[in-house]
Design a protein around this ligand. Structure first.
Ligand code: NAD
Length: 420
């Protein structure tokens, strides 16, 4: 079949979100690019879209609405247009600033390592933001999942994920080993692969700045810098130093380092101040299990953040209910944490909760807080009433198992009942 030429047309109604000095200027009918994704993507995105539309209608009557702009990416885009991530799709997200996406299948071979990585890199979405909180009723492996309510800010462009690495035995790896030996008098085994871990002041500071700003805007109590600086002093340790610097220089009025709380305030946090503290990464895993209520916003480097966010998600019931945002200085793309689960594609079977909670994050980012609150409460109330998809039904005694679309209808009905 010959490939089609891709021509994207934005919806005829709706307006662009504008980027202003003071932040985003969101019209009442923003055009939002929507990537439905691969595998189970279309099922969960359809469900989330109907729930988001209902939340906006419930919160604002007819005054506000989203003008969705479906844009192709992934397997279907490859099949239709010969490109998994067409330039026109990237252009649309760049132009319209905020987008929602379903999961995309990562090609096993070929051009780039992952579509998600490509999207993040091209749009410089440097903060991977993952709220982790429990929805009452969701089965969890811990006794008190309700004690965890954190938001993880993971740096997304640097660290060992920057892709600077060479395979054992290649000319590049051999050359690096030679340079280390001759110029830095550092011996590395000849049969080593070599990777580089860049952590910059710019990258660290913009991430921590975003985390602190979020804490201020959302009434959070602390920002914890998570690092492995005891071992990797000039990367992880520097991340910690730069994090404290941002707080001290740019947020002096609203933050206080934990050391000062102890030294100058007898251990009592002054009213209205957000505490800045730091924890070594391995200890953080223990802390999340043992003293989860002591943590609020976490800011961390790429690798730590990757491990931590999945471990934290497991505590509140797993990836099926976890959502995330990839956020830059203005641009943002929200998505569920789970993948495209191809074996359940088009079966109307899987759980759309994570995609809906990605919608909650997007509504918050637009500043449409009332709609975000309604959508989150509706999801909570439906799950709380034990109307759930197969994945949760099999773990919840007395649950009623429903299809993806029926779960979405229940969420919409919950808002109709509560909102208007
Ligand atoms: P996956 O998350 O797609 O699926 C693993 C298993 O988790 C599924 O078989 C299913 O049992 C369960 N599951 C996942 N989502 C569910 C949902 N919403 N409801 C109920 N059950 C659910 O992970 P995978 O199999 O490792 O990856 C499949 C593909 O997705 C790969 O190509 C991978 O690269 C890609 N992926 C994409 C993203 C993304 O787009 N952000 C994230 C992770 C994986």
């Amino acid at each position: 079949m010959p490939l089609e030429r891709l021509v994207l047309r934005p919806p005829e109604t709706g307006h662009k979100i504008l980027i202003a000095e003071s932040g985003l200027r969101v019209p009442d009918d923003p055009i939002i690019p929507l990537i439905e994704g691969d595998g189970i993507g279309p099922d969960v995105v359809r469900a989330a879209r109907s729930a988001i539309d209902a939340a906006v209608a419930s919160a604002f009557g007819g005054r506000r609405r989203i003008a969705w702009y479906p844009v192709p990416a992934g397997e279907r885009a490859m099949f239709q247009y010969g490109d998994m991530l067409p330039e026109a799709t990237l252009g649309a997200i760049r132009e319209y600033v905020v987008g929602l996406k379903g999961p995309l299948t990562t090609p096993v071979s070929g051009g780039f390592r992952s579509l998600n990585v490509a999207l993040r890199k091209t749009l410089d979405l440097y903060a991977n933001v993952r709220p982790v909180y429990w929805i009452p009723g969701v089965p969890s492996p811990v006794t008190h999942p309700e004690r965890l309510d954190i938001v993880i800010f993971r740096e997304g462009t640097e660290d060992v994920y920057a892709g600077i690495e060479w395979e054992k035995g290649t000319a590049e790896a051999r050359r690096m080993i030679e340079i280390l030996d001759k110029e830095f008098h550092t011996r590395v085994r000849a049969d080593s692969g070599i990777g580089v871990k860049p952590i910059s002041e710019t990258g660290s500071k913009r991430l921590v700045r975003k985390a602190i700003r979020y804490a201020i805007d959302n009434g959070r109590k602390s920002v914890t810098l998570v690092h492995k600086g005891n071992i990797m002093k000039y990367t992880e340790g520097a991340f910690r130093t730069w994090g404290y610097e941002v707080a001290k220089i740019e947020f002096r009025e609203s933050t206080i380092p934990w050391d000062d709380v102890v030294k100058s305030h007898g251990g009592k946090i002054p009213d209205g101040k957000i505490v800045i503290k730091d924890v070594i990464a391995d200890n953080m895993f223990q802390q999340l299990l043992l003293r989860p209520e002591e943590y609020d916003v976490l800011a961390t480097t790429n690798l730590n953040g990757d491990y931590l966010s999945d471990a934290a998600a497991a505590q509140i019931g797993g990836l099926g209910v976890a959502a995330g945002g990839n956020i830059g200085d203005a641009h943002a793309l929200f998505e569920p944490v789970h993948g495209s689960a191809p074996k359940y594609a088009e079966m109307d079977k899987v759980n759309p909760t994570a995609e809906m909670l990605a919608g909650v994050m997007m509504l918050e980012y637009l500043g449409w807080r009332e709609a975000a609150v309604r959508l989150r409460s509706a999801v909570k109330s439906v799950v709380g009433s034990k109307v759930v998809t197969y994945d949760l039904a099999r773990l919840m005694p007395g649950a009623k198992e429903v299809r993806t679309s029926a779960f979405a209808r229940a969420v919409v009905d919950a808002m109709d009942g509560a909102g208007r």
